[in-house]
Design a protein around this ligand. Structure first.
Ligand code: GLN
Length: 286
C-alpha cells in the first residue's frame, strides 16, 4: 500500500514523533515508541526489529492522535495505562499518582529495616497504585503489608495490581490514615503522602496537571498530611519500630521538628539519586 512519495515506515513515524515530542517531553523517543507500540499492539522490541514496516492509514491516524494528546501534556503513563516501579509493570489511571523512580528510595530504606527471616507487619499510608506496598511485599514474603488509601478508585487499582503481580501478602483498606487499623501495631510505617505546597507552581506543570490533586496538594508548605500522620503514628508503631516518610527536597527540617516534638529518635535524612533530600526516617522508642 506504500505510497511511493511518502515513507510511511515505523522508522519514519518514530523520527517524526520524536521531533514533535522533543518540545514537551524529556524522553521523546521513548514516548514515541510507547505510543507506536500501543497503536500496533506490539512490544518496543518489535519496532526495532521491523523498522521498515509500513503503517496502514488507520494506524497512522491513530498514532497521530496519540501524539497530539501527548503533545498537549497528557502523561504517557495514563495513556499506556502502565508504569514500571521496582521492575513491576503496574496499572495506573488518573485516579492515582504516577509512581516516581525516586520513590524507590523509600522502598530501599524500608527494606533495610525489615529482616528477611522474621514475620513483620508493615503499614503503607496513601498506597495509591500500590507501588510501595507491592514492592515491599514482594521483597519480604514473610511480611504482612497493609496499604491504606482514602480513594476507592485507588484501592481498586492497587488490589488489581496485587493480583496482576500475584502478590498475596498484601492487603488494601479504605482508610483516612490510621482509621482502618485502630488497635493494630506495625514494625514499620511508610508513606509517600501528598506533600506539595498548595501554591507550588509545580502543580501547574508537566504530569502533575493531570494527576489527582488529592494525591499531591498538602496545603500551606505541603505539611498538612505530615502533621496529621505524626500526631497519630506513635499509636501504631511497635517499640523500636520505624517510621519512614518521603518528602520534598526542602521539607526535611520541618519534618524533623514534627518528629522531635513527638519524641522520635534516630531521625535520619536520606538523599535520592539526584542528591535531593527525599526520605526521613525515625524510630519510635517509647
Ligand atoms: N514527588 C511528587 C511530585 O513532585 C509529589 C509526590 C507527593 O506529593 N507525594 O510531583
Amino acid at each position: 500500500m506504500a505510497d511511493s512519495d511518502y515513507d510511511l515506515s515505523i522508522r519514519q513515524y518514530l523520527e517524526d514523533g520524536t521531533a514533535i515530542l522533543r518540545r514537551v517531553s524529556d524522553s521523546p523517543r521513548l514516548d514515541a515508541e510507547l505510543l507506536m507500540g500501543m497503536v500496533l499492539r506490539k512490544p518496543r522490541s518489535f519496532l526495532h526489529a521491523w523498522p521498515e514496516q509500513q503503517l496502514s492509514e488507520e494506524e497512522a491516524a491513530c498514532y497521530e492522535e496519540l501524539l497530539r494528546r501527548r503533545f498537549a501534556g497528557e502523561p504517557i503513563a495514563y495513556m499506556t495505562g502502565i508504569r514500571e516501579f521496582w521492575s513491576m509493570p503496574l496499572r495506573v489511571t488518573p485516579a492515582v499518582l504516577i509512581p516516581r523512580p525516586e520513590t524507590e528510595l523509600l522502598v530501599e530504606r524500608a527494606l533495610l529495616r525489615l529482616p528477611e527471616d522474621e514475620e513483620t507487619r508493615v503499614l503503607d499510608l496513601g498506597a495509591g497504585s500500590g507501588a510501595v506496598s507491592l514492592a515491599i511485599a514482594r521483597e519480604r514474603p514473610r511480611a504482612q503489608v497493609i496499604g491504606v488509601d482514602i480513594s476507592l478508585a485507588a484501592l481498586e487499582l492497587a488490589r488489581g495490581n496485587a493480583k496482576l503481580q500475584k502478590i498475596d501478602n498484601v492487603e488494601f483498606r479504605e482508610s483516612d490514615w490510621f482509621d482502618a487499623v485502630r488497635g493494630e501495631k506495625f514494625n514499620i510505617v511508610v508513606g509517600n503522602p501528598p506533600y506539595v505546597a498548595e501554591d507550588d507552581p509545580h502543580l501547574g506543570r508537566g504530569d502533575a496537571r493531570f494527576e489527582p490533586r488529592l494525591a499531591l496538594d498538602a496545603g500551606v508548605g505541603g505539611m498538612n498530611c505530615f502533621r496529621a500522620i505524626l500526631e497519630r503514628a506513635h499509636n501504631y508503631i511497635v517499640r523500636q519500630g520505624w517510621l519512614l516518610l518521603e518528602h520534598g527536597p526542602d521539607q526535611h527540617m520541618a519534618l524533623r521538628r514534627l518528629m522531635e516534638a513527638q519524641h522520635y529518635h534516630d531521625i535520619t535524612l536520606h538523599k535520592d539519586a539526584a542528591g535531593r533530600d527525599r526520605v526521613t526516617e525515625c524510630r519510635f522508642v517509647e
